[in-house]
Write a protein that binds this ligand. Sequence first.
Ligand SMILES: [Zn+2]
Length: 483
Amino acid sequence: MTAPTATTARRLVSQRVALVGADGALRVGPACVDLEGARIAAVHDAPTSAPPPAEGAVVEDLGDRLLTPAFVDAHTHVALTALRGLSVPEDADRNLVEDFFFRIETAMSADDVRAFARMGAYEAILNGTALVWDHYYRANAMVAAFRDVGIAAVLAPTVQDVAGPGIGQLEEALAATIAIGGDAALADAGVFAAFGPHATDTVSPTLFLRIAGLAEQHALPVHVHVAQSLDEVERVHERHGISPYELLARSGLYDAAPRTLLIHNIFATSAELAALPRERVALGFCPHSKQIFAWMPDVGTWQGLGLPWFVATDCAASNDATNVQRDLRAAAGLRTAGLATSAAHRAFVAEGGVERARAAWDERVRERAATRWLGDTTALLSRVWSVPGGLHPAFRAGVIEAGALANLCVWDVEHPAFWPGRDPLRALAMSDTTNALVNVMSAGRWLGEHGRYHASVVGSDAYREARVEATRRLAEVEQRVRG
Ligand SMILES: [Zn+2]
């Protein structure tokens, strides 16, 4: 399978392009977007006054179709799509990652990983995601899978030296991170690297120190799970007498890496969050995954402290899906999530009466007023566009502006999911519009055919072959695990 190649120069013209206005708010207006290879070369606000397109450029007029940045899903394990439906909710009672995932992951070969990752990547692109920050084993197989499907990615090859399936691949994973991060041809194809220490209980303080040095030397971000399980908190306390956040702070990671992505943050105290350097970190929030693995983290505190945070899917294992729009909607729903357990509502449930009903409703009014930051369209979309698109020093994504990766979605705003189409950006933030995708571009390449996007991807020989191979390999892996 080969990925479609990028045409060198092209211009996209649309009457509805999602751009950032002078006030920082998103707006929709007519524009010409000039592309050069994998990047956006220039954006001209008014098509009538735009300079002529570059010599030999292909011009595509999208008419009234809406052109937006494609979604960025900044915490994924696309290969774990293979585990969807294999787990039962009871598995989550203790530590799903170790009890269940590690056992199966140990049985996967590099070719298995490539086959499974392709399926997760296909699901992502069919949902409008053109860039994932993925954390996984078998770096070369993962890069091959991204290129097979044509999705841009920041791969963090998973490293572990205390526990986990990656122990035997430690040196290989570090070397692969450095090699991918320095590969100009891969960067042209939209594939970048980050360092991927797994978590604070599977990576030793010594290895964290070493990664901090390497991240500084190679100017690569660090992508790490932190405070995601009770086991992690207990082990780090038992071994080192400190919390997961103290362990990370002592490694010097935040000063050394251009950016550290901290994923999950379930067991994070206010003091630990307040001590994080805002310019050097970004916090990952995966709502559906957390509903299964643990519970929703305290995003209100992150927001109150001014910490940058983004919304991501984590993985399709355990009832999740690689559809970050769905997770964004779940994040927006946090505005009233605590009210059922509020004292005011509890009092009404116990004793009833109009006064108590009014008190519960007053609580809702206060909560809504205190969470306006979750109601604003520009702010919501920033969690899957500009915030996760701005975390790597080698590129920008999630915005339509000169220099950014050409990662774009074209939407049919006449589709029922957008109708009557008066505020299409609000629909992107709050609705499920994936069926209205006309096409998706990743790193300058269209991933399907205009107007029959889903059918052209799912109906392709490449997809069919990928699915058949992944299905066969999954059956073989299951057989090996069961012995
Ligand atoms: Zn994860």
